[in-house]
Write a protein that binds this ligand. Sequence first.
Ligand code: SF4
Length: 261
Amino acid sequence: MFSCSDIGLACTGKAMPVRKLAKDLIRWYRKHRRPWPWRDNPTPYRVWISEVMLQQTQAKTVIPYYRRFLERFPDVDSLAAASERDILQLWAGLGYYRRARNLHWAAKLIVEKHGEFPRDLKTILELPGVGRYTAGAICSLAFNQEQPVVDGNVRRVISRLEGIQHGETENYFWRRMSEWIPRRHPSDFNQAMMELGATVCLPLHPLCSLCPVEKTCEARRLGIQDQIPAARTRRAVQQSKMVILIFETGSRILLTSAMKV
Ligand code: SF4
């Protein structure tokens, strides 16, 4: 049995007022959310495309790509029927091209195997390029199912709300979100947690005076919000030397290298 301090929790003995937390967050989110185009009409197809584009890429960069993509491939059938060349052409500049290839492959699978976009988490998780986060986002945002999402913003918000300074595992955050997600409006709750982390509960200098859950926040109460997440200790930089030999004979070049540590 661990004590709360053993696992990095502030020992307040207070349980999180989950219903109030969800209510305050959802109300704030509806008023302050940023008007991203993928938030209008969140069909599973549109949520899926946006979430894949948003992996490794900032929202502002994604907007024009998302609009062009949806204009050209408005649904899963048109994407499945497209050529890889056309898809990659529209993706050019967005990077991580494997994402586009996986979308194409998954679209074909959906059309051939399911006939329409699958609704259950397990089947969605089997689609190429879809992980736990993307599957949770599709289930909650498009189908309003009680499926949590956890990204870097959500991890930071939970850590601060609970005053966790260290010791947390990835599963810990998924469990917390599963416990906190409300039966009503799970989509808004998930998006509120992410939006709060992206716009108010910032990594450096969180804007606590603008926060809708300030009174519920343990880190704020203790004045330790700037210390969460704890700074990572950097690994020592290893230096190594490399010798590269280049042999050139006529039009042929031979490269050879050897590492000296
Ligand atoms: Fe984050 Fe501050 Fe809100 Fe706590 S009160 S959740 S630290 S913004």
